[in-house]
Design a protein around this ligand. Structure first.
Ligand SMILES: [Zn+2]
Length: 198
């Protein structure tokens, strides 16, 4: 396949917006540098999917107050995305359609999951909807996007990675670039919005 040929959205495609939540945006408790840049970028894809009535899924961290990933419980992160708090809400400017399917993850104290597939019914919902190809973007490149892409590919989905709608935490310099390389090596194809057929 010619990688420069336009990408036509079609039946069997779905968009997954990964963890575009206030705590991961600038000003949030676990802010991703330039995390807010994914919002307008994702909105363009969301409009394209809406125009074709294609399904959209939005994953979210949905942690209890004493979650195992928080430092006080021995984890590595500050408290973030505590269920039903403002920090856990999707970015206000994210134009999710009414019909978007919400996928909550890591919602019990002892379980964490960077992947939208971990401990959720996401795979079953995608299969039930006849989804074969996933367009994945959101936050953060080197954690929840990476792990969601890994699981999607392992589960047999084709993955188009929205390279213009992801941002990395980069706890260690270069983490985001390494994650991008790994996702490509595993078979994800990075795309930009301009590559979509009009
Ligand atoms: Zn979390």
């Amino acid at each position: 396949m010619n990688s420069s040929s336009p990408i036509r959205l079609q039946t069997g495609d779905a968009l997954i917006a990964v963890d575009v939540q206030n705590d991961f945006l600038p000003g949030g408790s676990l802010a991703v540098p330039e995390g807010d840049a994914v919002v307008p970028a994702l909105n363009r894809y969301l409009a394209a999917f809406a125009a074709r009535a294609l399904p959209v899924y939005a994953t979210r961290d949905w942690h209890p107050a004493k979650h195992c990933s928080f430092k006080a419980q021995g984890g590595i992160w500050p408290p973030h995305c505590i269920a039903a708090t403002p920090g856990a809400e999707f970015a206000l400017a994210l134009a999710l359609p009414e019909t978007a399917a919400i996928v909550s993850k890591a919602a019990t104290p002892e379980a964490d999951s960077y992947s939208g597939f971990g401990g959720t019914d996401l795979a079953a919902r995608l299969h039930a909807g006849g989804v074969r190809r996933l367009f994945i973007g959101g936050l953060a490149t080197d954690y929840c996007v990476l792990n969601t892409v890994r699981d999607a590919l392992a589960g047999g989905f084709a993955v188009l990675l929205l390279a213009d709608a992801i941002r990395a935490v980069d706890v260690k310099a270069g983490d985001g670039a390494r994650a991008l390389g790994e996702m490509q090596q595993r078979g994800a194809r990075p795309i930009r919005y301009e590559e979509l057929a009009p």
